[in-house]
Design a protein around this ligand. Structure first.
Ligand code: 3Y8
Ligand code: NAP
Length: 248
């Protein structure tokens, strides 16, 4: 058995440790989106594979027998490619996915079909928007330059931001409620824009929004192919035919 673990999330980092403890031969993969990703306890490769064809070549040349897709729910490109390549090669694939967040008592969420639909969902009158969706889709908001934006990014942007009125904070997360509440008060935020990532690493801003009584625009997840889904590391180990009696 030789596993490819597609990573880049808290769950993927936990899965890597679980595979090491279970003595499973595996390789970890990052997209290379950030300058210094968190080190992993597995041999790690960084960078795109080169589409489905490139991934297929990797899977064959590395004699991979199983693929665990532990990428982010919004990493639709990678998940789509993994499904395509594994289907073509008839390789077993499982997606390790965290449940979506659901609005609770005291939350003021507006669900938006996708991040692309977010700018239209913002008010026309100038607001102060916490844009906590990373850097790849900031350009979408250039159609609403009247707002002040607070951007939280993993790395300093190399190129000029496409928004005339923006503050940038550099932070990798996972985040906590006290920190996000302070940040949003300090910047007099009036609206929070988020992706329904699920998990714990990005949740704090939603609890801070509830504390501060702020509206949240929540982008729904893209629909991903494949229905073989695990919600925790133990389910993935069982699928691999390993049990968790080593207390993992
Ligand atoms: C490169 C690996 C860990 C992993 C931490 C999780 C938690 C913090 C929350 C906010 C939301 C956002 C963003 C976010 C979170 C965790 C987790 C998660 C959101 C790292 C990582 C990589 C990335 C890529 C990065 C994206 C960006 C998205 C920032 C490592 C830290 C906004 C998603 O600068 C860029 O180009 C950043 C790109 C993809 C979304 C985007 O489209 O810009 N994640 N994030 C992975 C790779 O190269 O393969 O660098 O160490 C992983 C984590 N990001 O160690 O606990 O598990 O969700 N990441 C979102 O959820 O909205 C921040 O600010 O509140
Ligand atoms: P994406 O749009 O789905 O992927 C775009 C391309 O990036 C893929 O086609 C692939 O390139 C490459 N890629 C993505 N993940 C990879 C991986 N783990 N290993 C090798 N190549 C990878 O992905 P994204 O949304 O930019 O996210 C990039 C990474 O950041 C993902 O691994 C994800 O887990 C992590 N992340 C994303 C978010 C988010 O909000 N999107 C949040 C937290 C963490 P090729 O086609 O060339 O193979």
């Amino acid at each position: 058995m030789r596993v490819l673990l597609l990573g880049g999330t808290t769950e993927a980092s936990r899965m890597a440790k679980t595979l090491v403890q279970a003595g499973v031969d595996a390789v970890f993969s990052y997209a290379g989106r950030t300058n210094a990703p968190v080190a992993q306890p597995l041999p790690t490769r960084v960078g795109g594979f080169g589409g489905v064809a490139g991934l297929r070549t990797f899977l064959e040349s590395e004699h991979i027998t199983h693929v665990i897709d532990a990428t982010h729910p919004f990493a639709a490109g990678m998940s789509g490619n993994a499904f395509g390549a594994c289907t073509k090669l008839n390789l077993p694939l499982i997606r390790l996915e965290r449940p979506a967040w659901k609005a609770g008592v005291g939350d003021n969420w507006t669900m938006v079909a996708s991040v692309e639909h977010m700018p239209a969902a913002l008010p026309d009158t100038p607001a102060r928007v916490f844009l906590a969706i990373g850097k790849q889709q900031i350009g979408l908001f250039a159609t609403k330059p009247q707002h002040h934006y607070l951007l939280r990014l993993v790395d300093l942007p190399e190129e000029k931001l496409p928004l005339p009125d923006a503050n940038v904070v550099i932070s990798r997360g996972p985040f906590d409620v006290a920190g996000d509440t302070f940040l949003m008060r300090e910047h007099a935020i009036t609206h929070v824009v988020a992706k329904n990532s699920g998990g714990t690493g990005a949740r704090a801003k939603l609890d801070a929004a509830r504390i501060l009584g702020l509206p949240v625009l929540m982008a729904d997840r893209p629909v991903l192919p494949g229905d073989n889904i695990a919600v925790n590391e133990a389910q993935v180990l069982a699928w691999l035919g390993h049990n968790t009696d080593r207390g993992v």
